[in-house]
Design a protein around this ligand. Sequence first.
Ligand SMILES: Cc1cc2nc3c(=O)[nH]c(=O)nc-3n(C[C@H](O)[C@H](O)[C@H](O)COP(=O)(O)OP(=O)(O)OC[C@H]3O[C@@H](n4cnc5c(N)ncnc54)[C@H](O)[C@@H]3O)c2cc1C
Length: 504
Amino acid sequence: MSGVHLPDEVDTIVVGAGTGGAAFTGLLAAHSTETVLLVEAGPDYGHFTDGRWPADVLDAKAIPLSHDWGLSGTVHSGRTLDLPRAKVIGGCSAHNGCTAALGAREDYDEWARLGNPGWDAATVEPLLHWTRDRFRVRRYRMDELTSAQAAFVRAGMSTGLPFADDLDDLEAGVGIGPMPVNIVDGVRWNASLAFLDPVRHRPGLTIAGDTTVRRVLFAGSTAIGVEIDSPDGARTVRAGRVIIACGAYQSPALLLRSGVGPAADLRALDIPVVADLPGVGGHLLDHSCVQLDFHGKDGLLDDLARTPWHPDEQTVGRARSSRCDNGPYDIHVFMVAGANSGHPGLPPISLYGGAMRARSEGRITLRSNDPHDLPRIDHRYGTDPDGYDRLVLSEAAELLRTMTTQPELAAILGREASTGDPLDRIVNYCHPAGSCKMGPGTDPAAVVDARGAVRGLAGLHVADASIMPAISRGNINLPTAMIGARIAAALLDITPVDAVLEQA
Ligand SMILES: Cc1cc2nc3c(=O)[nH]c(=O)nc-3n(C[C@H](O)[C@H](O)[C@H](O)COP(=O)(O)OP(=O)(O)OC[C@H]3O[C@@H](n4cnc5c(N)ncnc54)[C@H](O)[C@@H]3O)c2cc1C
């Protein structure tokens, strides 16, 4: 038996307590007295001060693999790649690199221009700042970095990139410097600590860990609850509305299992069709990357360990490709130097160049109608018809190569360990998005409208990274929290400004 008493019926069920689901729940619970059940497939370790959080999940130095879903997918030319995703309260924010970016003003103005009123930068800015405050983001100084990361910054500056210490600003342009992070005294300050801890005491809120939703239940075209696997067995819970926030891989998978998606695909798997929505699982975006690996100078890991603050990833450079849009940059360069725990088996130091406006679209499909089967993920990196992604990645690789000629960085990197063309082995930045695209009724690929409501159905919303109509040009944790909060504000019928006025 679990320690949590599951209600039979609530006003709102939120499925998934990751970045989007936690921010949604935090805002909803703070502003209403309605009953809310937040269900999460992974464990709930409770309030930070309860002291039950595992050390590896809190330790921001490296990415832990202890709570991973074990997903993998096809990425390019039939290669498969592990696609890390956390199964724990806080979701991927509980095992991520903690770099905190807001994206650029142009990103959100584009979302609005694509037919999504209320998502322009001026409207969502108060929510973005709220998420940055709640994640307790702090900017670091050069003298706090490891010598390797400081050398990476200086190498970027030697190529002409200006020094930047404002990379968590909506207005930030090209530049290189220490990346602001949501790390508090070495602790990865995840979305559960940021958004759920302040509302855990609210009487209407129940949080159930180790509870997985199999499918959403409908009466006609209205969502009326969910079917779950809980520690106490399988059962149903009825709800006035269902919010799906399972992340960009699992949200479309849950919709498909529930009969919402391309009708022919659903029929082929004997899933009764509730709504024929061809866009579900399509339009899967990510920031694809090129990767250069190095052996590192002798004693590198010991040197790194001597710096008190030494996460693997500490700095970011931003640059414009020759085909950059009207936004400030479309390339990220960064270095992962240290235990490299997110990528076991790799040398201790790697350089990455990311296409931050990548346009290649992948797809999520189901393998079967068994709710316990993990979805099939095909990312199709570097396949956009205009060749934009590959061009940006090749220019990112060129920038990295120029940086590696700078003597201080070259000495730290040592011999190169990777061989061949990095474009033949494009990798992921772990920022999947867009697979339940938000858009107007005229967009045949749109899955949800600007209020996050699933098209053609009542009582069903999506509130996570999967609704991004285009990927924001930065690490997407904070933008995803903003999405959760924005959908909650819309349901509460309050403005973003009123939404972030702190509650008693
Ligand atoms: C290794 C890694 C490093 C990253 N580093 C950074 C970084 O440094 N900076 C940054 O900004 N971003 C980073 N990201 C990306 C960022 O953390 C994610 O984009 C963001 O957390 C996604 O939020 P989400 O709400 O869309 O999904 P998630 O956070 O994945 O949340 C989905 C939740 O739903 C749960 N769930 C799924 N299916 C079910 C179900 N059927 N029933 C119940 N629960 C379910 C999952 O267990 C999970 O907790 C990183 C991601 C990874 C994986």
